[in-house]
Design a protein around this ligand. Structure first.
Ligand SMILES: [Ca+2]
Ligand SMILES: [Ca+2]
Length: 197
């Protein structure tokens, strides 16, 4: 008995359907692969003729404003007669008053028409003196670029922890008054001094 001579019609139908399905699946797979390849590689190709134009550098338009003057400064403090040194009293504790002082006033102390210079000093902290008591300094201007220390003759040779100074004609007598501001722990009240008459 030969089974090939009497094939099962149902098996043939299933076989043909299987081959058709396989052909469809392979076709779809090829189509999908082609689409993916096109999307991935088609935009990366650079044609030999393509050229990149370099960006033009941005240049600042020439300004018509003149160049700033070549200014230099020279320290003439000593040659002008000023030897003041501010003492903050710092001894390593980084106390707040160390950063507050001191003060300066430029005013006509003797009414001769030339501005004089008052420099406020601070002081040593209690128990931490590091030298002679620091004093403020009043310098009289001779009008020719030189200053003379007149602190003692003006009655300002006292030391407190200075933190600023204000000037003005307090009593309206035509002579400028000075009002140094002292740290409250070193001087109980604000001191007022007036210019000589
Ligand atoms: Ca003066
Ligand atoms: Ca006055």
């Amino acid at each position: 008995m030969n089974m090939n001579r009497n094939p099962d019609p149902g098996a043939n139908v299933i076989r043909r359907a299987f081959y058709r399905s396989l052909a469809v699946i392979v076709t779809l797979a090829l189509v999908v692969a082609a689409v993916v390849w096109t999307q991935r590689y088609s935009g990366q190709r650079v044609t030999p003729s393509a050229s990149v134009t370099p960006a033009t550098p941005v240049t600042q338009e020439s300004s018509s404003e003149p160049a700033p003057p070549d200014v230099t400064f020279t320290d003439i403090t000593r040659s002008a007669g000023i030897d003041f040194v501010h003492r903050s009293g710092a001894y390593g504790e980084k106390l707040m008053p160390e950063a507050i002082g001191s003060g300066v006033a430029l005013f006509d102390y003797d009414n001769d028409g030339d501005p004089d210079l008052l420099l406020i000093n601070s002081d040593w902290f209690s128990g931490h003196a590091q030298g002679p008591a620091p004093l403020p300094a009043l310098y009289r201007n001779d009008g020719k670029g030189h200053f003379t220390d007149v602190t003692r003759e003006a009655g300002l040779a006292f030391h407190c922890y200075g933190m600023g100074v204000a000037i003005g004609d307090y009593d309206n007598d035509g002579w400028t008054c000075i009002s140094p501001h002292w740290a409250p722990t070193t001087c109980s009240t604000m001191t007022m001094a007036t210019s000589p008459r």
